[in-house]
Design a protein around this ligand. Structure first.
Ligand code: FES
Length: 257
């Protein structure tokens, strides 16, 4: 009975004209529109001219220093526990992707079977086992980003239009690779995009194009909110936690005050 009453209340509620217009304006799209990846591509390695066992890989001095520091965090008999951060370092040194020989190199460094390293590298989608552009653009299109601000669909379309490639592809000059990703944990600043190690948030179609233009010119574009707000603070007036915070003892019976 109560359920029926609630349903009736909801149905009788008028949909605001703004949200109705926005719903109608939103294009229908599939849940995942990134270029289809064949399931075997997720874990099978096939030799290519730029990714095969004859191409050497080793850490340079800077990355070796970082690798040693990470390995030293673990007891010597458990140094293989450093495999995830070391793969990440290898990917960072190698322009955002992880070639076969980087995995073999790390297996040697951590004295573990290469197969164990392959298992880790193929399990986590954050490891790119094929070359990507200099700037790896990950557009979040999960629900909060889809609904926040101008919506991730508008941001994705702006990126694709500006770069002239669809999600899942790399530009001809090898500067940008675009993909769609699931929530990157910055929903309070939706819509957002991750480019290499940086988050660009509170985006609009115009501001993401400015970010891409700046990066293409070789500038260091300031990451974070692109609409001027401070981190995740309210972008306009404060709407929550507006009352004076109360101190200890408030609202307690006198004995505890
Ligand atoms: S949904 Fe985009 S960061 Fe969470």
């Amino acid at each position: 009975m109560a359920l029926r009453q609630t349903a009736r209340t909801l149905l009788s509620r008028r949909v605001p004209a703004m949200s109705l217009a926005r719903t109608q304006a939103m294009p229908v799209r599939t849940l995942m529109s990134t270029a289809q990846t064949r399931s075997d591509a997720l874990f099978v390695h096939r030799d290519t001219p730029d990714n095969n066992a004859s191409i050497p890989f080793s850490f340079n001095e800077e990355f070796m220093t970082m690798a040693k520091e990470i390995i030293a965090r673990y007891p010597p008999q458990y140094k293989k526990a450093a495999v995830i951060p070391l793969l990440h370092l290898a990917q960072k040194q190698n322009d955002n992707w992880l070639p076969l020989n980087a995995m073999n190199y790390i297996a040697d460094l951590l004295e573990m079977p290469a197969m164990r390293v392959y298992e880790v590298a193929t399990f986590y989608t954050m490891y790119n086992r094929d070359p990507v552009g200099k700037f790896f653009v990950q557009v979040c299109t999960t629900t909060p980003c889809m609904l926040g601000g101008c919506g991730s669909q508008a941001v994705l379309e702006a990126v694709e239009k500006h770069l002239g490639v669809k999600a899942g592809h790399t530009t001809k000059d090898k500067k940008f690779t675009v993909i769609e990703v699931e929530c990157l944990g910055a929903c309070a600043n939706a819509p957002m995009v991750q480019i290499n190690d940086d988050y660009y948030e509170d985006l609009t179609p115009e501001s993401i194009v400015k970010v891409l233009e700046g990066l293409a010119r070789g500038e260091k574009v300031k990451p974070g909110p692109q609409n001027g707000r401070l981190t995740s603070a309210p972008d306009k007036e404060k709407r929550t936690l507006t009352e004076e915070p109360y101190g200890p003892g408030k609202f307690c019976v006198p004995d505890f005050a």
